[in-house]
Write a protein that binds this ligand. Sequence first.
Ligand SMILES: [Zn+2]
Length: 258
Amino acid sequence: MFVACHLTILTVSMVTPKLPANLTDLPEYQLRVSPKAKHMRLSVSLDKGLEVVVPENFDHRRILEFLVQKRSWIEKALQQVDQKREYLAAQSPDRLPETIYLGAIAETWQVEYLSANSKFITAKEQKGQKILVTGNVENIEAGKALLRQWLNRKAQKELIPWLRKVSVAARLPYRQTSVRGQKTLWASCSSSKNISLNFKLLFLEPDAVNYVFIHELCHTIHMNHSAKFWALVSKYEPNYLKLDRSLNQAWQIIPAWV
Ligand SMILES: [Zn+2]
């Protein structure tokens, strides 16, 4: 659903000569006036950096005070964003991977590329957990798409039988299952009890994958996130809260090329 945007963004530089010494080294921030905001708040993100959100008709002089108060939180958050940025850069999204580590099944695959005079590009599994990619390997996007297809097949082979086992052990049957490469979901369960799995689950820790399976299988009983649903989940996975939270961080494990 698209919601019309009421938000205005203006960039303000923090550094003005009149400020006392302890204020001059505060980071730059973007100011966003939001009619929906009730209080002043801060956010730090990879794309926007430090953002200060204030309600309409807000006394802007209070912003400085707030920034000084929250200085240590801001520094920590900005450091984390820097780490993310470095991590993503190290992943080189513009290059094809030489190794693929699938944490869920503890397998490391080496990828070799063989340039051939062809329009096409193919991938073949070889002995010793090797993938040989042959053809137009200069076409990075085609190479990435090919490796994603390989991941999809791998997930069908590894994740579907695993889900079946968990389902049988928990006595929570489902109808059908499919594997996709969803952008925002690890998995989903429809009202007709069809479960769809994301092949990116292959990169997670086994505990996290197991939790995702339990979570979706419990949706075959409760199609919501009610207290009853969570009570059922906790019956099968007492550590569900920690695992659920770990999924929010798990994007970090997914290589950029995926
Ligand atoms: Zn759910």
